[in-house]
Design a protein around this ligand. Structure first.
Ligand code: KG4
Ligand code: ZN
Length: 345
């Protein structure tokens, strides 16, 4: 029988999510419901995601998210054709919570179970909303990940390069902390940067001239720290203008590195015929980054596809859709499906 209505679960970091996606005849997906319960407030006092707290919250919230997603889609559990769950990579406690919940639902309903790679979920998202053909170039940029992928098919990815240290989202979050801006760092830096002069501080563009598509963001963060300390030494603290100028300078450096390495990804893999440039992950929400990548895509005569923000950040619709695409090519998993903290594409 055909796999049409897919219930997806996601719990690999600090968002608990459930969604129902309907696979259409033409291979596209329609998101019937997508529920995301964040945990930002639970981790706020700790300066980062606390794995134990995250796992507990996922375990508590998953059932409610599933109920809300089914209700939002106007269906009941028996109407689902398959269950998809993020089986890694991620914080193991959270991934285990999701996998256990999905196994329970699969065992109770007798419906097939698909363990999905979280990164594959992000990488396939552009096909959920656009009819972008394989192969396409994907820049996956989030709090935990940073890589260029050549996406050849639902289960076929070539990694062209990535960060050798911090992910860009992580750098945004750390720099926000350095500047005394609230978390999430990405949106607060982007907002603050609007009133800033990106040229006031000379910040580095790490690895810009190195061959290949590898990137580095930790030295940039350290450079922001030094510039901040100079401001503090000079006038005893950071003014609103210092914050804005540092935020703008930092963001401009990230934009330039990402744009330059994207050009290089096109240049170094010309034979692959990637005519699409897609972007996903939480950092893809950044308007300056989107605009710069759109320009690169235009130069390369490639189609630029950026999914809506709600599908760029962690969500379960991308997991359900990835399972829908993969179900055509592979057998479901069984109840021995295990949670994998590390799972390279
Ligand atoms: O994909 P995501 O929700 O979760 C992970 O896989 O980590 O990405 C979250 C990351 C955070 O580091 C956040 O600061 C960053 O994405 N982010 C942004 C923006 N919105 C979220 N970074 C830059 N600009 C933004 N507007
Ligand atoms: Zn993610």
């Amino acid at each position: 029988s055909q796999t049409r209505l897919i219930l997806g679960l996601e719990s690999s970091c600090d968002d608990t999510a459930a969604a129902v996606v309907r696979m259409e005849e033409d291979g596209r997906g329609t998101v019937l419901a997508s529920v995301v319960a964040g945990q930002t407030e639970l981790h706020a006092d700790f300066g980062g995601v606390v794995p134990e707290i995250a796992a507990r919250a996922h375990a508590e919230k998953l059932d409610h998210c599933v109920e809300d997603a089914l209700a939002g889609a106007g269906i009941t559990l028996p109407q689902i054709d398959a269950i998809a769950v993020t089986a890694g990579p991620g914080l193991i406690g959270g991934v285990v919570s999701g996998v256990m919940c999905a196994k329970g639902l699969s065992a109770a309903t007798g419906k097939p179970l698909y363990g999905v790679n979280h990164l594959a979920g992000h990488a396939l998202t552009p096909r959920l909303t656009d009819d972008v053909p394989y192969p396409y170039l994907m820049l996956l940029v989030s709090g935990g990940h940073c890589q260029f992928l050549l996406v050849r098919g639902p289960e076929s990815f070539d990694r062209l390069g990535g960060t050798i240290d911090d992910a860009p989202g992580e750098a945004f979050d750390k720099v926000a902390r350095l500047l005394g801006l609230p978390q999430l760092g990405g949106p607060s830096i982007e907002k603050c940067a609007q009133e800033g002069d990106a040229k006031r501080f000379a910040l580095p563009r790490p690895l810009l001239d190195r061959q290949g598509c590898d990137m580095s963001f930790s030295g940039l963060k350290t450079a922001v720290l030094r510039a901040r300390d100079k401001c503090v030494a000079a006038h005893g603290g950071l003014t609103r203008q210092d914050q804005a100028d540092l935020a703008a300078g930092f963001q401009a450096a990230v934009v330039e590195v990402l744009a330059h390495k994207t050009r290089r990804a096109f240049a170094e893999y010309p034979a692959e015929g990637a005519r699409g440039l897609c972007v996903a992950g939480g950092v893809a929400a950044n308007q300056s980054i989107r605009a710069a990548l759109e320009t690169v895509a235009a130069e390369q005569e490639a189609r630029f596809v950026a999914p809506p923000l709600a599908l760029c950040t962690d969500n379960a619709a991308m997991i359900a859709f990835a399972a829908g695409e993969q179900a055509v090519l592979r057998a479901p998993d069984d109840l021995t499906l295990s949670a994998r903290p590390r799972w390279p594409l």
